[in-house]
Design a protein around this ligand. Structure first.
Ligand code: MGD
Ligand code: MGD
Ligand code: MO
Length: 759
């Protein structure tokens, strides 16, 4: 594929030719290596075989659904195994660790080093002015939180962050705690992730969720994968794509990079698959970064042209007339959009767009999948609404084998939202919650992630509590966000592993360690399970099997319940501690408050998983304004890129889970030993007077501000001209906090204007 590369580099990364295939034997070797190194084979293998099984635990990695119909003995992927191994590690951070390492020491260490120290094992406190964390009892930790929260002038001076690994049960109690305390300040990782999808779909089709079941992949004729790298981030999806492909489905990838996972996949779950690869993608469309609106408009233009030439044979006129609104304006705009504008906008030839359109025209049923390549741009909402436009033209909603399929990131990010973790809750939800628990929930919308950073900077939020995640490393504009966190009176991190957010703190700070998904959760003598919702709206049980890393860990559910009890126990009638003793009771509350969960416990008992209703998928019912699916019109916005500048996307390697870095390698892109690289087109490298391995600083430009980071190595890569790629989270200091998506406020992590300077 590539761009020629020397095999030798003077310093920095080793740059190799990317592999010819994804997964296969190297994936199996990597799984064994990770298990051996972290939990050990004896502890690890047995537990790993429980992952994604009916009586086991849900993979702590991504949100791709389990294939219950085709379930294998080993129902996991290489990267799920890495996430598992990382949590199940035998290494523990003992009390002496914090005595030995001051905050300043820890600050000098890399993210990978921090994570490698092992599991957090006991609650720790950082007192005002202290240089070291000290052990603290759970009782005193909750007292400190209660005292700080109760001392605030308004509940809106607190913010409650959630990362997407939290179970439904913990998330439900968490939002109940925040709201009965008095605020909707519930920023979450979704704000940085699929928020744009939720907003776009909500307006266009009246549900923020996707409309596809896993089984739809067995009936699709065409699958468009937009801005997603499943080989690294949703590897189990490759097996689904392989099955669809073997059945005759055609797969198109729209991506500035020709990601190897989609090119040639060797299914590690079968011997045949291990040895012989399958080419998954039939057509790769190398759009320039943020060229998707233009490309999708191009696709629609071809469809409309072909329909004009053969009326009734291309579009689903019946669907358009019966189920949609806004078609006339949409069609008019598409006809008025010139090919020149489309081609310059997406950087792809008209011929290639026509080739992709021919696939869509031929297909009776089309699924569009997408992830962060679509959602993290200034016009991300437009990106996703253009996908909906494209799907609607051929009636690809609400029928088997077709639909809109946002592929979620964290394993329960979708469930956390369903449970009410959202800073903009709907009035009907608040009303039901308040009526059921007999309190008045706050009505005013709260702060999302970017708002929270700004509110902390303005000293309007003084207490920040995070249920999981790594807020500082995941958010944009690291220097600004650090300063904002420093202004808090108290920052609390409820975590499994040590990370950057434990080191950049408020005046006081707490680290509260919790059980992970993989561990046995005993409460009041009973082995509890929790539930999670996957990307396709199926809720399943998750029960851990490993002995907990430390006796001092609390489950997230118990921790939230006890924190709530200490803070507001005296003034609400909610029986927090009873919930902590018996998660069935929490599920009964969920059943009473959240639509779709009626008889939750019984159905889980009888069927082991439940599928949530979806009005679009099930009934072609659209709960948006106007009650019909909405065609939308969006201009092709070209981001101004001054001479000598590039458009930068920040992406994941094959060896990380978000801010958790497993190694400095990215096997699928041929990179070893460094993450401080800039992927660049060979011609751009030459034009800039650089070479492979040249050391550069990167400066981002936003309005009249700049941000600079040193120490990157240039790597030639097959990426569109004018575009560069770097790794998340290393380059987050370059991302301006103001640079967000219209309508969803998601940081535009994937379209940052940068220039390079020789170091
Ligand atoms: N192993 C592993 N699994 C994960 C994660 C992880 O870090 N590691 N993270 C989880 C989470 S929270 C999430 S949200 C998902 C993320 O999963 P992905 O969205 O697949 O992850 P990214 O690496 O951010 O980037 C996605 C792709 O978008 C492409 N892209 C970038 N800009 C554009 C654009 O403008 N247009 C188009 N068409 N494509 C573009 C990039 O080339 C890249 O291939 O994965 C989840 N699963
Ligand atoms: N530049 C750039 N920035 C991005 C992105 C990007 O593509 N580019 N992607 C964004 C996206 S899509 C997302 S989702 C966010 C991710 O943002 P977050 O969800 O905040 O970050 P993670 O790295 O997933 O969080 C890792 C930490 O979670 C804790 N943890 C792990 N498991 C558990 C558990 O079971 N319980 C508890 N309580 N804690 C646990 C561990 O301590 C670990 O260090 O980052 C966003 N930031
Ligand atoms: Mo995400």
């Amino acid at each position: 594929m590539t761009a020629e590369r020397d095999k030798t580099t003077v310093s920095g990364p080793s740059v190799l030719a990317p592999p010819e295939f994804a997964a296969g034997i190297p994936a199996v070797v990597e799984v064994l290596r990770q298990i051996n190194a972290k939990p050990g084979l004896a502890r690890g293998i047995g537990a790993l075989l429980k992952m994604n099984q009916a009586n086991g635990f849900d993979c702590p990695g991504c949100a791709w659904p389990e294939d219950t119909e085709h379930r294998k003995l080993a129902e996991f992927c290489e990267n799920g195994a890495k996430a598992f191994a990382d949590e199940a590690t035998r290494k523990i951070i003992a009390e002496e660790f914090f005595a030995e390492h001051s905050i300043a020491d820890l600050a000098a260490q890399s993210d990978q080093w921090l994570n490698d120290q092992g599991r957090l094992a006991q609650p720790m406190v950082l007192r005002p002015g202290a240089t070291h964390y000290m052990p603290v009892t759970w009782y005193s930790a909750f007292e400190l939180i209660a005292q700080q929260l109760k001392g605030l002038a308004s509940p809106n001076q607190a913010a409650f962050y959630t990362s997407g690994r939290t179970s439904n049960e913990a998330a439900f109690l968490w939002q109940l705690f925040a709201r009965s305390f008095g605020t909707n300040n519930m920023p979450d990782c979704s704000n940085m992730c699929h928020e744009s999808s939720g907003i776009a779909l909500g307006q266009a089709i009246g549900t923020g969720k996707g409309t596809v079941r896993l089984s739809d992949f067995d009936h699709a004729d065409a699958i468009f994968v937009l801005g997603q790298n499943p080989g690294s981030n949703h590897p189990r999806m490759l097996a689904t794509l392989e099955r669809a492909k073997q059945r005759g489905a055609v797969i198109v990838s729209i991506n500035p990079l020709d990601e190897v996972g989609l090119k040639n996949y060797r299914n590690p779950q079968s011997v045949k698959g291990l040895l012989k690869g399958a080419e998954l993608v039939d057509l790769h469309v190398p759009v320039r970064i943020n060229g998707d609106v233009a490309f999708l408009k191009g696709l629609c233009k071809v469809l409309l042209e072909k329909e004009a030439a053969a009326p009734g044979l291309v579009l689903d006129q019946n669907f358009i007339a019966t189920h949609t609104q806004g078609y006339a304006e949409f069609a008019e705009d598409i006809s008025a959009t010139a090919w020149d504008e489309i081609v310059t906008g997406c950087g792809v030839s008209e011929a290639l767009i026509r080739e992709a359109a021919a696939i869509a025209i031929k297909a009776d049923n089309t699924i569009c999948c997408w992830a962060m390549g679509m959602t993290q741009h200034k016009n991300a909402v437009a990106n996703i609404q253009e996908i909906v436009n494209f799907l609607m033209l051929k009636g690809n909603l609400g029928r088997q084998g077709a639909g809109a399929c946002p592929i979620r990131g964290h394993s329960n990010v979708q469930g956390d939202r369903t449970m009410g973790v959202w800073e903009k809750p709907e009035a009907a939800f608040l009303e039901k919650l308040g009526a059921h628990f007999n309190f008045e929930p706050p009505q005013a919308h709260g702060f999302d992630t970017v708002d929270t950073i700004n509110a902390m900077a303005a000293e309007r939020v003084k207490v920040f509590i995070a249920l999981g995640g790594n807020f500082l490393a995941a958010t944009p504009d690291t220097a600004y966000t650090s300063a904002a966190l420093n202004k808090c009176d108290l920052t609390v991190q409820i975590s499994t592993k040590l990370n950057r957010s434990h080191i950049v703190t408020g005046t006081s700070a707490l680290i509260l360690p919790v059980l992970g998904r993989t561990e046995v959760d005993m409460q009041a003598g009973t082995n509890q399970f929790v539930t999670v919702e996957n990307s396709m709206g199926v809720v399943t049980q998750s029960r851990g099997h490993l002995q907990p890393a430390s006796e001092l860990l609390k489950s997230e559910v118990r921790l939230v319940a006890e924190m709530a009890d200490a803070t507001i126990g005296a003034r609400t009638a909610i029986k927090w501690r009873e919930f902590a003793d018996d998660y069935y009771l929490i599920r009964d509350q969920i059943a009473a408050v959240i639509p779709g969960f009626e008889d939750f416990n019984d159905r889980l008992h009888d069927e082991s998983s439940i599928e949530l209703p979806n009005s679009v998928r099930d009934e072609l019912r659209f709960n948006n304004a106007g009650g019909k699916a909405l065609f939308t019109v969006h201009p092709i916005e070209r981001i101004e890129i001054p001479d000598g500048c590039y458009l930068m996307m920040t992406i994941r390697s094959h060896d990380q889970f978000n801010t958790t870095i497993y190694s400095q390698n990215d096997r699928y892109r041929g990179i070893a030993d460094s993450r401080l690289v800039v992927f660049m087109h060979p011609e751009d490298i030459k034009k800039a007077g650089l070479r492979q391995g040249s050391r550069v600083a990167i400066t981002s430009h936003y309005a009249d501000t700049t941000r600079t980071m040193q120490g990157f190595s240039v790597v030639p890569y097959q990426i569109p001209l004018g575009c560069v790629a770097t790794y998340y989270p290393e380059t987050n200091p370059l991302i301006p906090v103001q640079h967000v998506a219209d309508g969803s406020n998601t940081p535009a992590y994937k379209s940052v204007v940068v220039s390079l300077q020789s170091d």
